[in-house]
Design a protein around this ligand. Sequence first.
Ligand code: NAD
Length: 415
Amino acid sequence: MAGQTNLFENVNRQFDEAADILGFSHELRELLKTPYREITVAMPIRMEDGTLRVFKGYRVQHNGVRGPQKGGIRFHPDLALDDVRALASLNTWKTAVVNIPFGGAKGGIQCDPSKMSPHELEMLTRRYISKISMVLGPTRDIISPDLNTNAQIMAWVMDEYGRKNGHQPACVTGKPLELGGSQGREAATGRGVALCAREAWTRVLGRDLRGARVTLQGFGNVGGHSARFLHEMGARVVAVADLGGAVRRQEGLDVPALLAHARQNRGTVAGFPGGEPFDPAEIWAQEGDILVPAALGGVLTETTAPTVKASLVVEGANAPTTPEADRIFRERGILLMPDILANAGGATVSYFEWVQNLQHLFWEEAEIFEKEEKVLLQAFRDVEEQVRRHHCTWRTGALVLALDRVRKANELRGW
Ligand code: NAD
């Protein structure tokens, strides 16, 4: 899933840079890197063509000292256990950066949902949840959407969990509104990406967002909403690539029309008449000021990073940048906003959904957005302070903040 790179090794290399600054011992590093619990399950499913297929699923709970572990589930044919470990640990650091009372987990199923019927997908989701439900729940481990999973899948998660444990909507976030989902959850990650891009571009780099050119890889939940909010803030979205194709227009793409086109064409921007098609593999080298990777991990590498034209990279995706690419961006003076800050809006509003479910109340969208912005801007300032204090990158600054918060919580609870 991450090409040639191992996401877990990459995340742990980034961890070590921050742990060096904090002077962490070998023992403490070992303790904080090692996942608390890992589960691998097999799900036999009778497909509609009569064949029996056995799918593999994972759930990794990385660290729960600051609260119940929380993390998305992704459905992808190349999903590997090491990816899940990496993403679970990133969630521990992410929830700590935004200071919400959660730990980190992640899960998923090795499958290609584009080749499955809705019924097969429902059976597979239910089988997966029934096999891991003993370690889930509102006070243990809370599921949310990720790559190739959506509100409908979260509804099946809630229903299947409820069959054994009684109706507990707070066991999963990103649900449909009709089932206790939160206003603003679907747009929350993209909104956070856009807010982070705005703060970095205007406050840190001192530039004007109006007319700034944005390029994106991925136009699903995160990429689509990031593009929409950046467009509304006055930026120009000039190039977008996804699994189906890519389109560009230096004067700026009509983002609402592009979103409508993708909705009507199985989610892809391919075939959009308001732009020029190009090879999606060329997305990194497109002319632009702000680059938003919002699809897969491990895509910005020592091969692609030198071709990047932007002066700001905002990580919508989880772990899109390898440590080698991090070094290249640093050397080239390209500012990078790390995933654990830039895409933490989703985790933040998942927390709000959990709070609303536990209290049986509903907040309005404006209230959610206001609260989300407050949390994210505070996190932005907290990370900025670490960057100033330690003269480090924003990734290392965010990790220093997170590692220190998790270490303190661990110390207070006892080892
Ligand atoms: P999604 O399934 O809604 O969209 C994924 C997008 O990536 C699609 O446009 C797809 O075409 C594109 N894509 C997939 N493979 C590609 C490839 N090989 N080349 C080019 N484009 C490709 O998923 P999402 O929820 O938007 O998640 C995207 C990323 O954001 C993931 O890394 C995920 O972990 C991360 N993320 C998601 C959330 C969330 O709330 N959904 C929160 C934090 C981080």
